[in-house]
Ligand binder design. Sequence first.
Ligand code: AMP
Length: 425
Amino acid sequence: MPFSKFGLDVALLRAVQKSGYTRPTPVQTAAIPKVMLGYDVIAIAQTGTGKTAAFVLPLLHHLSQSSGERDIRALILAPTRELAVQIMENIRNYGQSLPIRVAAIYGGVEEEAQIKALRKGVHIVVATPGRLIDLLGRQKLDFRILKMLVLDEADRMLHMGFLPDIEKIISHLPKRRQTLMFSATLSKEVESLARRFLYQPKMVQIGKRSNPADTVKQCVYEVSAHLKNALLLELIRQPKFTRVLVFVRMKDGANLLTNFLKLAGIKVARLHSSRSQEQRLQALQDFKDGKVQVLVATDIVARGIDIDGVSQVINFDFPVNPEDYVHRIGRTGRAEAQGEAISFVPKQDLNLLGILEFSISQRIERKRLRGFNYQAAATTSALGEKAPKQDWRKRTRELETKKSTPLNKRVSQERAKKNSNSQKS
Ligand code: AMP
């Protein structure tokens, strides 16, 4: 079915054409007609398959047909700030020749500009739950005439930790509305939770419930934990590793690994929740622009984020549950491009690998890097001649202490050191 058969406004058809899309993706073909008809929809489709346009296009169509009053008609909720910004950019792109206004509401930045945008009037709000609840409590938003609610990455949004926030937000919305839920994975339990917020939803399911994208080639390297740094460095020095997204479990781990790679001469940025919003956006931008070869990130980047041409996703730390694995590796092989997902599995994580393979009904290929010393005792010795000159652990410790010690204290420490040295001599 071509885009023209959906009955979308011509301005949207033009925008689709301008984006270079020749035909709708399967999730678009299945979901757009249902959303156009006003049904509630639960859509499960592999990540990177054009889900955003599947809800943004019919939403913009509905808005283009109603009066121009600047009242909030649609709310889109997303689990991370980056995803909220990305959805807003998609709306601006597809709706570029429509008089539709959109604002993104998320934490980590000054709220003033966001409140100002709301005061001026917008038709669509894209938000993360925290800041939205804060502004709702202070009566900065009026959802009385809202017509549509979208939950992107719905499984994450309905996760136990988020659920009370979502319930609170939904209690502020009109009961008669259209509700859409989009997700790459959706367990049966989460689906039954979701149904509380939907009215006789139509289901759209493309592929299996939690299937890694078919365009991603997967493999694992069984490697001792202390050799993961060395193996990573060895791999990313190969020419085909052009834009590499490396996932780690903890923020500290992200900092340590970034410092290690920097010292080895790799251009690298890091992204985790303790960084300022400005730093987070900058890291993502530098990675998208190709200014850095590697982005080291925690799972906040795993969901929904669309980065063109990620050549490899590397699970430096193995993901704790299969859903996270599916989301992480979906950052590569997007829009039918070939991608590669590599996972490091030390002995202690072999059980997690077993659970994953059972869950995706697939055995993942085991690989070994030729010439790599898997028996080496220390990180650097496995690298042979290519080892970074500095002792990275020592240097990282130095950098970390420097950062956490205030300048005046550092100056007096230096002075004391000098004095004791001169006394000795
Ligand atoms: P999403 O799953 O929404 O993150 O989209 C993944 C990528 O697919 C984005 O880069 C979109 O621009 C692209 N895309 C969306 N719809 C189409 C389409 N019909 N044809 C080709 N690419 C598309």
